[in-house]
Design a protein around this ligand. Structure first.
Ligand code: ADP
Ligand code: MN
Ligand code: MN
Length: 338
């Protein structure tokens, strides 16, 4: 038997975007615990905007488990928040509302800024650094600094050790801005991994006295790029059957539910979806082949393969909840008859 450190993670009740919370309990197991072996747990919902003080218990239901290579016998346990009856999802539990479809594959591209002292790392005390240009996929101290790459590499290793399906990392267009991509088969699986990867990144940055700024336009209405979280998606039908007629019906449904999509694609997105900086404006819906100024980019491969494959919704922003985003995309897809 060994004592394992189980870090239970959940999303709190803050709006417009939830925060990650976590606390540790120690339990003995013969081997690395499976999901089925992990007990439900509780927390004080009155401290997380999830309950009133007089009846404050909320329940944590483990839904995914990952090794935590930063701690001896460490385990990360992603949880859903449940009501005290243990079976009713808490109103803040978006994950429970996803129409899960193991045939739905998602790839999220998470952009973010490293922040210290109220500005991106690498920014001078006053004013701005040299304009955008050399930073995207850049190399060298004056382009990417010294500490950012160290954090990004450590983050990648911790995530890979946890079994999170990272697909890649890169320095982004603005100074102090980076990206990582996660791909998953199954909407819940991919979204769980995104939340856990965010948790690992924020926790890692504590020792560097750096915060992660997920806001989609932290530098406001300047020429500095904002941050998105492009959502690449496909379903079994889109990958194997597809076709131009189905694709056009699907795009008509995306147009019809434009506002419902924007509602869950992250706060303050009007600041980012301006029609500039490789975005479509927030009040328009468009799609286009290889068009990075469209709401949905259709890869060349999709058209070349007879309208089969995956599509990229470029509207979700860096602060969006991947549960809510995947859930909305699958709802719109389900509204279209095949
Ligand atoms: P970008 O140029 O926008 O960065 P990439 O081509 O690098 O786009 O990334 C496309 C992303 O699409 C990949 O990271 C992957 O996660 C995702 N993807 C690839 N194939 C599929 C698929 N069949 N279904 C869903 N997502 C996919
Ligand atoms: Mn990017
Ligand atoms: Mn993209």
């Amino acid at each position: 038997m060994a004592k394992y450190k189980l870090e239970y993670l959940w999303l709190d009740g803050y709006t417009p975007v939830p925060n990650l919370r976590g606390k540790t309990q120690i339990k003995e197991f013969a081997d690395f615990p499976t999901l089925e072996q992990l007990p439900y747990w509780g927390f004080d919902g009155s401290s997380t905007q999830q309950a009133e003080g007089k009846s404050s218990d909320c329940v944590l239901k483990p839904v995914a488990v990952y090794p935590d290579s930063t701690r001896i016998n460490g385990v990360l346990v992603m949880c859903e928040v449940m009501m005290p009856d243990k079976v009713t999802p808490h109103p803040t539990n978006f994950r429970a509302t996803i129409l899960d479809d193991p045939g739905a594959w998602f790839g999220f591209e998470q952009e973010y800024f490293f922040y210290q002292d109220g500005k991106p790392i690498g920014f001078p005390e006053f004013g701005y650094p040299a304009p955008q240009g050399p930073y995207y996929t850049g190399v060298g101290f004056s382009n990417v600094g010294s500490v950012a790459r160290q954090i990004v590499e450590e983050h990648l290793d911790i995530c890979l050790n946890a079994g999170i399906n990272h697909e890649g990392i890169n320095a982004e267009v603005a100074k102090g801005q980076w990206e990582f991509q996660i791909f998953g088969k199954g909407s819940k699986k991919c979204a769980d991994e995104m939340w856990v990867a965010r948790y690992i990144l924020q926790r890692l940055c504590e020792k560097y006295e750096i915060d992660i700024e997920y806001h989609c336009k932290p530098l406001g209405a300047t020429d500095w790029n904002g941050s998105g979280m492009h959502a690449n998606f496909s379903t079994e039908y889109l990958r194997t059957v597809g076709g131009k007629e189905y694709f056009e019906k699907l795009m008509a449904a995306f147009e019809k539910y434009k506002d419902e999509h924007i509602a869950v694609y992250g706060p303050d997105n009007h600041m980012r979806l301006t029609g500039l900086h490789e975005t479509q404006s927030i009040d328009k819906f468009s799609y286009g082949i290889a068009d990075r100024g469209a709401s949905i980019r259709v890869p060349h491969s999709f058209v070349n393969d007879g309208y089969k494959g995956y599509l990229e919704d470029r509207r979700p922003n860096s602060q969006g909840d991947p549960y809510a985003i995947a859930s909305r995309i699958l709802k719109t897809v389900a509204s279209v008859e095949v």
